[in-house]
Write a protein that binds this ligand. Structure first.
Ligand code: ZN
Length: 434
């Protein structure tokens, strides 16, 4: 065995870093020509050719002629480099308050297959839910046949998650506390023998929206997300804000009204106890635990001009704006996206949100922030969970088996690499913005 000298190690790390930069560029921006890649990555053409060769040998990319109909530059046609559709895939799982979703998602955010079962997860048994997920995704995985591999599992859950091992500290709206969710899923899916990554729903929504939705191009971006509750995925200077253990962004449990409604977390007057689904349904005279059906009923009443429904939505918008003004003051984002429940109620509540934001946020950061809704729709959390699961592949394309090798990548084969210039935690979403 040859032990490389320092020069050899540095060269290998630079090579790995460049492979990763190229793969992430294609993952986020789609097919590109060699010269576009060279210019994007600031590399010379021979290095680009060699990197493409290695990514191709690993079954990650291929080159093809430009599709007919595209403008042709004079001279020799330049082929484009694109991600292989049969490359590594993530199994993404979305545990929301009112449904379980699952999808197989490839590099580039390509959804290969998805499935969803509407059912309340409130006060459910986590072990039973993990069994249900296993049954639900069986047909999805069977559909892959002997083809491309699932290299990791990513899970979205509406609660505070320890990034290190996917331990769920508390998901108030599910009634789950101290659930070793990462281990439960790893054990139930042991036949796949792949690593499992668990993330908070709002953080994963922000990651997906920042990569390919409403947050694209914004380095200071907040995605407010929730169904039953509310959380924030916060991108600061192009990087996801995680806090020390991954618990950051639990804005829903900031006190906004000390004498307000009791919250599932045990406190009173939390932001989500004022803006969440239960508060909205209660204000409209509906069963607070009515879930998606009651919410759909409320929105169609609002569409018909029902005064009580519109007033309830306006009041939720008021509380939404009150909390949002604080976030704008603290983080000075250029863009805030509302997703999940908040994206759906925004068209009815926007006047109240903007009114509170205008009157409570400081004028300078208020003037810089653009308020929008999340763009990725029903698959947002699944795309975010896949983004999390594919981080090891994206940040170190050399971990995957070369094409033709059927060995799966297991947890033991993957370690975050730390070396000069490339050391970084890869257990949390991190954006590849340049
Ligand atoms: Zn709370």
């Amino acid at each position: 065995m040859v032990i490389p000298g320092e020069g050899g190690v540095a060269h290998a790390e630079i090579r790995r870093r460049n492979l990763s930069l190229m793969l992430r560029d294609l993952h986020l921006d789609g097919p590109q020509s060699r010269s576009e890649l060279a210019s994007d990555l600031n590399l010379n053409r021979s290095t680009v050719a060699s990197l493409i060769g290695e990514l191709a040998a690993r079954g990650l990319v291929w080159e093809r002629s430009r599709t007919k109909g595209l403008p042709q530059a004079p001279g020799r046609p330049s082929p484009v480099v694109e991600l292989r559709r049969d490359g590594p895939r993530a199994l993404a799982i979305d545990l929301s308050t009112d449904w379980i979703g699952a999808a197989v998602i490839g590099l580039g955010g390509v959804v290969i297959g998805a499935i969803r079962r509407d059912r309340s997860l409130a006060n459910s048994d986590p072990t039973q839910i993990v069994d249900e997920i296993h049954g639900l995704v069986g047909p999805l995985l069977a559909g892959l046949g002997d083809g491309p591999q699932v290299v990791a599992i990513g899970v979205s859950v509406p609660g505070a998650v320890r990034a290190e091992d996917g331990h769920l500290h508390h998901a108030p709206n599910l009634g789950w506390r101290d659930v070793p969710l990462g281990n439960l899923i790893r054990e139930r899916f042991r036949d796949l023998n792949v690593p499992v990554f668990v993330g908070n729903d709002a953080s994963l929504a922000a990651s997906a929206e920042h990569s390919r939705g409403s947050g694209r191009g914004s380095n200071d971006f907040i995605c407010l997300w929730g169904e039953g509750g509310i959380g924030a995925g916060i991108v600061v200077g192009g990087r996801s804000l995680t806090g020390a253990a991954g618990y950051a962004g639990e804005v829903g449990h900031q006190t906004v009204n000390p004498d307000g409604n009791p919250c599932h977390c045990g406190a009173r007057g939390c932001w989500e106890a004022e803006v969440g689904e239960e508060a909205l349904l209660r204000r409209s005279g509906r069963d607070p635990l009515g879930g998606t059906r009651a919410l759909a009923d409320l929105l169609s009443a609002a569409d018909r001009g029902d005064k009580i429904a519109l007033t309830a939505l306006d009041e939720s918008g008021r509380w939404l704006g009150i909390g949002l003004a604080g976030l704008v003051n603290v983080f000075n984002p250029t863009r805030v996206a509302l997703g999940g429940l908040y994206g759906r109620i925004f068209p009815y509540a926007s006047q109240a949100v903007v009114r509170e934001l205008d009157s409570r946020a400081l004028s300078a950061p208020r003037a810089m922030v653009e308020l929008t809704t999340a763009l990725l729709g029903a698959n947002t959390l699944l795309l975010g969970a896949a983004e999390l699961a594919l981080i090891p592949t994206l940040y170190d394309p050399t971990i995957g088996p070369p094409a033709g090798d059927s060995a799966r990548v297991g947890l033991d084969q993957w370690r975050p690499r730390r070396a000069s210039g490339v050391g970084r935690s890869v257990t949390q979403p991190e954006q590849a913005r340049r």
